[in-house]
Design a protein around this ligand. Structure first.
Ligand SMILES: *Cc1c(COP(=O)(O)O)cnc(C)c1O
Length: 386
């Protein structure tokens, strides 16, 4: 065992694989619950899309969180993991009829509706089943998040949500429908947000919109501010627990919740990011003309974030104490973008060494693909490897 990893156990497993440290996950969930319990009427939902590994989901469900789903498949995964339908919210710009029907059949808590045509379809499908669907409107607040362009979602140019200008109109349409019940407003401005100022900007926008609604004597029961809290990719050991205290305190201080309103959060990355590592073996160390390459058996098919968002993951050679050298750490996929890091200082590497790509619990295993006819990586929890 070097540091936090059971190396001996790793040696008997086929690489690459994901390793989930359940102590980190449980500590994270405990921190969420203890920070949230300072405030009345706060509710959290785990964004299943960050990681749907059944063993991880089971631990999250035990903590009491609800589930935030963006597809029918995710609703199924949530139900299978034991999340109660009464705590499932369903978002997404393109909900197919079968996915809406699945949500209706389970009687999920709320559909977060992103357009008028979607509202009409939900009303029709609910009518055909003689049901009334709870709906919230996802409003695009035109608030920028200081994060990578591919993961901002709350700008007017993004495809998500209904524009603020159309809010009154869509509410009037919903209020005239028999098979939907308008219960709330939903927002989500982006991901990997570390600047609380971005969340304050959202709070200010929600306050403005609530004032407008109040002027029309409309009071919704639920405000859902989405997720987006970021994690410290640079220092996973020093900062394994995200800034939940500041996060919840920001909303408690800035968002003017009306009496009897519940404030919902949808956290993904912040829940699972730090508990996961991608473990990979060095296949070859190659001396190039200018630099050394450590060629891993993991590629972007296993962890796509560096190739897709130029994301940084801390890389460690967990089986070497040799003097530090600089390596370009690359995968075996036949694409030039299959690079995990350039000029990374690592303990001297040789064939067979194990590398850990840290902070890979969110948007890692779940985004794996079979490109190059590669097998999907497996995921193991520390509980299983004891
Ligand atoms: C992705 C997503 C989330 C979770 O985002 P994180 O940045 O992982 O916290 C929450 N809500 C919605 C609607 C999402 O699409």
């Amino acid at each position: 065992m070097k540091g936090i990893f059971p190396i001996d156990k790793f040696r008997s497993l086929r690489t690459p694989f994901y390793y989930y440290d359940t102590r980190v996950l449980r500590d994270t969930l405990a921190a969420i619950n203890s920070e949230m319990s300072r405030y009345d009427r706060f509710a959290t939902h785990y964004a299943i899309k960050a990681n749907a590994n059944p063993k991880v989901l089971a631990i999250i469900r035990e903590s009491g969180m609800g589930a935030d789903c963006v597809s029918g498949g995710e609703i199924r995964a949530a139900i299978r993991a034991g999340f109660p339908a009464s705590k499932i919210v369903f978002a997404g710009v393109g909900k197919a009829d079968w996915e809406i029907n699945l949500g209706l059949e389970y009687g999920i808590f709320c559909f977060n509706v992103e357009s008028i045509p979607e509202l009409e379809v939900i009303n029709q499908l609910a009518a055909a089943r003689d049901k009334v669907a709870n709906i919230a409107f996802r409003i695009n607040p035109d608030v920028g998040a200081h994060t990578h362009a591919n993961i901002t979602t709350g700008l007017a140019e993004n495809k998500f949500g209904i524009s603020m200008r159309d809010m009154d109109k869509v509410i009037d349409i919903a209020l005239g429908m028999k098979n939907v019940r308008f219960i709330g407003l939903h927002f989500h401005i982006g991901s990997q947000i570390l600047d609380m100022g971005d969340f304050i900007a959202l709070c200010n926008r929600v306050n403005e919109l609530q004032d407008k609604l109040e002027a029309r004597h409309i009071l919704v029961e639920h405000i859902n501010v989405g997720g987006g809290l970021g994690i410290d990719y640079t220092h996973p050991n020093r900062q394994p627990i995200p800034a939940f205290k500041e996060y919840f305190a920001t909303y408690a201080g800035q968002l003017k919740l009306r009496p009897h309103q519940t404030l919902h959060f949808e956290l993904g990355r912040a829940v699972v990011g730090q508990c996961g590592s991608l473990i990979s073996q060095v296949l070859y160390v190659k001396q190039g003309t200018k630099k050394k390459f450590a060629i891993l058996d993991a590629g972007f098919t296993d962890l796509i974030r560096p190739a897709l968002y130029q994301a940084y993951h801390k890389i460690e050679n967990i089986t070497s104490d040799e003097p530090v050298e600089a390596y370009d750490v690359v995968g075996p996929i036949c694409e030039s973008s299959d690079v995990f890091g350039k000029a990374i200082d690592l303990n001297g590497a040789k064939r067979g060494d194990l590398f850990a790509l840290r902070s890979a619990g969110a948007y890692g295993e779940i985004m794996a693909s079979g490109y190059n006819c590669r097998e999907l990586p497996k995921g193991y929890t520390s509980d299983e490897l004891i």
